[in-house]
Design a protein around this ligand. Sequence first.
Ligand code: SAH
Length: 262
Amino acid sequence: MSGAGKVYLVGAGPGDPKLITVKGLECLQKAHVVVYDRLANPELLAYAPEKAERIYCGKLPDHHTMRQESINEVLAEKALEGKIVVRLKGGDPCVFGRAGEEAEHLAGRGVAFEIVPGVTAGIAASAYAGIPVTHRDHGSSFAVVTGHLREDKPELAVEKWRALAGGIDTVAFYMGVANLPLIRTQLIKHGRDAETPVAVISWGTLPQQVVVTGTLANIEERLAENSHVTNPAIILVGDVVKMREKINWFEATLGVNYSLAE
Ligand code: SAH
């Protein structure tokens, strides 16, 4: 193959395949190689040319994943062979998506790349749950936080909890379901009202979307009563969650056909 290759770090959107951007779709259509992970909707692969190489790098049933260094290496090597490589990631590639690390590696190797933003789950799953992450009356600030919290840096953690409990109206925790007991306890401990509304949104924007609501005080019990909540899920904390009672539009329309090809 001749000519210069390039890597596109593309956001696939949160689940509903139609939430990929036009630019992201165009990248897929011209890809020679697609490197995709578990949360990128597999339906999107149909938009890559039939002969394109497809490389899965998400979790396998035996829980083995491709190491980040190997992914970086594959992206660089294929592009250096002159190929158009699409690195397709769930949501936005820069929000807990390691696009920064991959771009850094590519820059270091002198490989051309572009970042194609995507619709991130914290905003999209919330919207599909009938919850706007900001609202003039209920929330003027919004934070995106990993729920995969590092207990090895306690001082930092305290500062962070204070900020999240006291200064930010809406907080979306990614990768947080296993840590829900810790998250709700820390928020209350650092001053957040125990009656603050919470939603846990699982498989947001997809037909299997499930939403469980409650308060910081009772969300754990609410979740225990609902066995349908599985990963991936967003924990959304804040008064904006109340809006769901009025504008829960998506669940009312479930049953529509989500295939892009319709
Ligand atoms: N880059 C992605 C996030 C990757 S981290 C983005 O911008 O959305 C993986 C976490 O994203 C999951 O643990 C979950 O918290 C969240 N997530 C991804 N897809 C989701 C979905 N369809 N519904 C709810 N949460 C989702």
